[in-house]
Structure formats: C-alpha cells, structure tokens
Design a protein around this ligand. Structure first.
Ligand code: ADP
Length: 169
C-alpha cells in the first residue's frame, strides 16, 4: 500500500524526517507532499521546501516528493495512496488532527488516516520553534537537516554562524 504524508514543511525538521523514515519502512511507497496553503505565508517558497525534502530523503528509495493544493483526500486518490500519514506530538495536536481525520474520512471513506507517535526527542520540535531559534541566531543544527540549517542561516542573515560547519561554504 502507498501512503501520503502531507504538511507545510516550512521548513523540514528532523521530526518530520523521522516520520518519513519510519513511514517509508511501513509502506511500499510514501509520497511526501507540500501543501500550498493560500491562507499561510510561508518563510520558504514551495520550490525550496521541495528541494529541502528531496535532498534529505535521497537515501530513501520508496519516497517521492510532490506538492498539491486543494483537498488532501483528492491528492491522496490521485497518487494512489490509501493512507494519510500524520504525526502526533502531544495532546495539543490531537484535537485538530482528529477533526481533520474525521472530515477526510467523511469525504473519502476509503482513505484511512494513520497517526505515528513522534520520537520522544522530537516531540517538542516544530517548524515554528526552529524558525524562532534561527531568527535570533541560535544553533539549529541538531533540529533540522544540514541543508535546512544553511537555508535558515541565509534567510535570517546569520551566514557567519554556520559557515564553519558547511562543506560548500
Ligand atoms: P501542517 O501545517 O500540515 O500541520 P507541518 O509541517 O507542521 O504541517 O506538519 C506536518 C505533519 O508532521 C503533521 O502531521 C505534524 O503532526 C507532523 N510533525 C510536525 N512536527 C513533527 C515532529 N517534531 N515530529 C514528528 N512529526 C511532526
């Protein structure tokens, strides 16, 4: 069976990546898809978020990367995915995720939503927290893939902070 892992990924974190790695072991194919949400203004443009995911998942042969707008269940059907994969960090995620899962189920009963509990060490991690730390020049190298840390440094003009750890400058 194939699964769809949708999200904003603005930017990709090690928490997302952990879910992708575990999801790729559970399913024959996993489509990681960036939702183009017109009501949100992302920090990173779509193409950059796709590139962040592509370069962090090159070791995972069953992972495909895509993007969509509109209904998640429609995109799931288009990619032949029978499962929508989502992560649950804490109780605070639960209410919203349950609402979305029920809504999606009412729209497309054949598509199941499956939740994975996030890894304990990533349970505090969100894209917003990462951006907040990076904005003030904090080290995020233990929270995001290396390419994303470099993108964050560039976004917030903290290039000097990371120059030493980057192989390509
Ligand atoms: P959205 O705007 O759709 O919530 P996100 O990029 O914030 O998009 O999250 C996408 C999915 O990844 C959600 O299911 C979310 O619960 C999950 N997720 C977010 N942060 C983590 C994390 N630290 N560990 C594992 N899963 C996470």
């Amino acid at each position: 069976m194939r699964a769809l892992y949708p999200g904003s990924f603005d930017p990709l974190t090690l928490g997302h990546l952990d879910l992708i790695e575990r999801g790729s072991r559970l399913f024959e194919g996993l489509v990681v898809a960036v939702l183009q949400n017109p009501s949100k203004t992302p920090a990173f443009p779509l193409e950059q978020r796709l590139e962040q995911i592509r370069s962090a998942t090159t070791h995972l042969a069953s992972v495909e990367v895509g993007s969509f707008d509109g209904l998640t269940v429609d995109y799931a059907r288009r990619c032949g995915a029978g499962v929508i994969l989502r992560g649950l960090r804490a109780l605070s995620d639960f209410e919203f995720e349950l609402q979305i899962a029920h809504t999606n189920h009412s729209l497309a009963p054949a598509v199941e939503t499956l939740f994975l509990a996030t890894a304990v060490q990533h349970s505090f991690l969100s894209s917003s927290v990462v951006k907040e730390v990076a904005r003030f020049g904090g080290d995020v190298s233990h929270l995001v893939p290396q390419g994303v840390a470099q993108d964050l440094a560039r976004l917030f003009n903290h290039g000097d902070t990371y120059r030493g750890s980057s192989s390509n400058g």
